[in-house]
Design a protein around this ligand. Structure first.
Ligand code: LLP
Length: 384
């Protein structure tokens, strides 16, 4: 991904910064759309993965809808060309202001996560003299076999409505006349690499969808969320996720009723591989049994390794020296500020450029100003 021309250009830019390869992003979006279109599926890009203006403009101009989890994400999606009618809004804790914004802007669906939320939305919609289009976010109790922090479809998770609550939900729906049930929504977790997990999801979706139809509620939309994982180990070999196999599973297994549509909410799979965090080596410090390569990016720029012990490939872009092992760490005052232990890099020295790969998703959106550090800038391949 990085030839010497790009590396020379990187040298002129203040680090740390996020670099986005728009060629790869375009290719990823095209492949995803091509495979989804084959089956007539609908896509909503999950803004939480990356909400940079330029990336949103590109994704919306390709005709994807948006999946939002805050009022600000809804506003951002609207400001960057996603039509209101293609925006869905989920989240266990939406404030009244956020719900009013959603109702006022006429988005496609508010994904409701509890009975109480249904009642609150009904009250707000009545006060605004509006109808609220809702989907029920359902806990299918399918284990995503991913990190426990990003598992969302199990009974013990805070998200969604449990099957034993369905009767009560339908009961209330019959009397809350401001609510229009539009869809059933599922999302079981993120960075799912075992595709069999999605087969289990399809089975549960079929059972639950049939149950609702039998009760006289045929939802127009079945939304199966996001979650397709990317290959953090081989970002160059597997730069575009296997959308073909992923969508084929749903096409083969989900039984739609009548004119029901199948919707998806990919985030990571679209943007992860196009981004890299570029940083400069500040110091090399020899220590007990290891050498620390101390870089100018910190856990405030990329928190995934500290929070989920996640692996990101790390490369020295400016050395061809012989291979050595380093613990690659940031400057933040915590020992968790570590991007990788025993990372094999070409002989590394002060001033070398380091790339932390596959950071286009949940990198910049999860950054903070911890230690009062500046936020990393964003740099695009068409701008250098
Ligand atoms: N839909 C809903 C309702 C979600 O909660 C999420 C992600 C997605 C779609 C998109 O999932 P994706 O396709 O990106 O897997 N910060 C974590 C990931 C948290 C994901 C939260 N929900 C990480 O860095 O791994």
């Amino acid at each position: 991904m990085f030839n010497t021309g790009i590396t020379e250009k990187f040298r002129q830019i203040r680090t740390p910064f996020y670099y986005y390869d728009l060629g790869l992003l375009n290719a990823t979006i095209s492949r995803c759309l091509q495979e989804a279109d084959r089956h007539g599926f609908y896509l909503h890009y999950a803004l939480k993965a990356n909400s940079n203006a330029k990336i949103l403009d590109l994704i919306s101009s390709n005709g994807l809808g948006a999946d939002c989890v805050s009022g600000n994400e809804v506003s951002m999606a609207l400001a960057h060309g996603f039509p209101a009618g293609r925006i869905v809004f989920a989240g266990v804790g939406k404030t009244d202001d956020e719900l009013r914004l959603a109702l006022g802007s006429g988005i496609q669906s508010i994904n409701v996560e509890s009975l109480q939320e249904m009642e609150v939305i009904h009250g707000l919609a009545s006060a605004m003299d509006k109808k609220a289009r809702i989907s029920l976010r359902i806990i299918p109790n399918v284990d995503a076999h991913t990190h426990r922090h990003i598992t969302t479809g199990l009974e013990e998770n805070k998200f969604g409505i449990l099957p034993w609550q369905f009767d009560a939900v339908l009961d209330r729906l019959r009397s809350l006349d401001r609510l229009e049930l539009q869809g059933l929504h599922f999302h079981i977790g993120s960075q799912i690499t075992d595709l069999d997990v999605f087969k289990s999801l399809c089975d549960r979706v079929n059972e639950i969808n049939s149950w609702f139809t039998e009760q006289g509620f045929t939802a127009d939309i079945i939304n199966v969320g996001g979650g397709l994982g990317v290959d953090y180990g081989e970002p160059d070999k597997c730069s575009i996720p296997d959308f073909e196999s992923y969508f084929r599973i749903f096409s083969d297994l989900v039984e739609l009723h009548g004119r029901q549509q199948l919707h998806f909410e990919p985030g990571r799979a679209i943007v992860a591989q196009c981004g890299s965090l570029i940083s400069t080596v500040l110091f090399i410090k020899e220590a007990v049994n290891t050498s620390f390569a101390i870089i100018d990016a910190g856990m405030n720029d990329l928190i995934r390794p500290a929070l989920y012990q996640s692996y990101h490939k790390i490369q020295n872009l400016t050395s061809t020296g012989k291979k050595r092992k380093y613990d690659v760490v940031g400057p933040v005052c915590e020992s968790s500020d570590c991007f990788g232990k025993s990372v094999i890099l070409c002989e590394t020295k002060r001033g070398d450029l380091i790339a932390i790969r596959s950071t286009g998703a949940y990198g910049q959106t999860m950054a903070s100003r911890y230690n009062l550090r500046d936020l990393a800038a964003e740099v695009y391949s068409d701008g250098i």
